[in-house]
Design a protein around this ligand. Structure first.
Ligand code: HPA
Length: 272
């Protein structure tokens, strides 16, 4: 079955289970489950029930699609995402974004944990992503283009919606939560970077680095959805002394910052 028909089949399965169609689609990163408690749940579907859906394999990712409301806004939330380093194809990594579009989503909100390459950043900082550098080894739109899904050569000049960025900055000021703005570099992982790599990533214009998000954003823009993305800085790669980084530390720092990120995203969703 080609991608278009897979999307139709999966969306039809989900459509039968939900009462209202989502306007906003949210993808949660590692350790960033805070929004799961804020959403008023209406329907929860385990990924394992969904036709054509891959299964999530990483610790800290539970693998559920949750439909419900944040305020009066209908949302769908992906608790658990697919990473290229797990062995999924780019088509699988970005399939949930295609499903969002098929179900009527207009705005996609993504979160992630990332490593700071900007020496001014601190562990636990939130960073609104204003742009990205794609250093992943494969492109999610490689191959024949299906015009029903989007144009062959999508524009990426304002991939991260400037209006949403401004709204989020205003909200964070009102909430008294400091937030950074910067450039996210997407790599495949699963190794964290070497000290020389962190330095290089900063030199080429990155403020943080991570192993997700970029492919999903590309597909969301291919599908002409608005994008907002936010990162928790869980470690700082730039240092005079070598610092070890573990997945446990990343999850711990993400968990600690999850409530402030959830509050910011919830307030943003309520304005959409
Ligand atoms: N590098 C890549 N991905 C990450 C990092 C990092 O330092 N921290 C969290 N995800």
């Amino acid at each position: 079955m080609d991608l278009y028909n897979k999307i139709q089949e999966t969306a039809a399965f989900i459509q039968e289970k939900i009462t209202t169609n989502p306007k906003v689609g949210i993808i949660l990163g590692s350790g960033l489950g805070g929004l799961v408690d804020i959403i008023q749940k209406e329907t929860t579907i385990p990924y394992s029930d969904i036709p054509n859906f891959p299964l999530s394999t990483v610790k800290g990712h539970s693998g559920q699609m949750i439909f419900g409301k944040i305020g009066t806004c209908n949302v769908m939330l992906m608790a658990g995402r697919f990473h290229y380093y797990e062995g999924y194809s780019m088509e699988e990594v970005t399939f949930p974004v295609r499903i969002m579009k098929a179900l009527g989503v207009e705005t996609v909100i993504l979160s992630n944990a990332s490593g700071g390459t900007n020496p001014a950043f601190n562990i636990g900082d939130l960073m609104i992503i204003k742009d990205h550098i794609n250093l992943c080894p494969e492109h999610p739109l490689r191959g024949p283009n299906d015009e029903r899904l989007g144009t062959r050569f999508p524009d990426m000049s304002q991939a991260y919606d400037p209006e949403l960025i401004n709204m989020a900055k205003e909200i964070s000021a009102q909430q008294g939560v400091g937030v950074r703005t910067g450039v996210y570099i997407g790599l495949q992982g699963p190794t964290f970077e070497t000290p020389a790599e962190y330095r290089m990533l900063h030199t080429i214009g990155g403020d943080t680095v991570g192993m997700s998000t970029v492919a999903e954003v590309i597909v969301a823009r291919h599908a002409l959805m608005r994008v907002f993305a936010i990162s928790v800085i869980t470690d700082i790669g730039i240092s005079d002394v070598p610092i070890t980084i573990t997945h446990e530390e990343v999850l711990e720092a993400a968990n600690a910052a999850a409530p402030k990120m959830a509050a910011l995203v919830a307030a943003l969703v309520k304005k959409l």
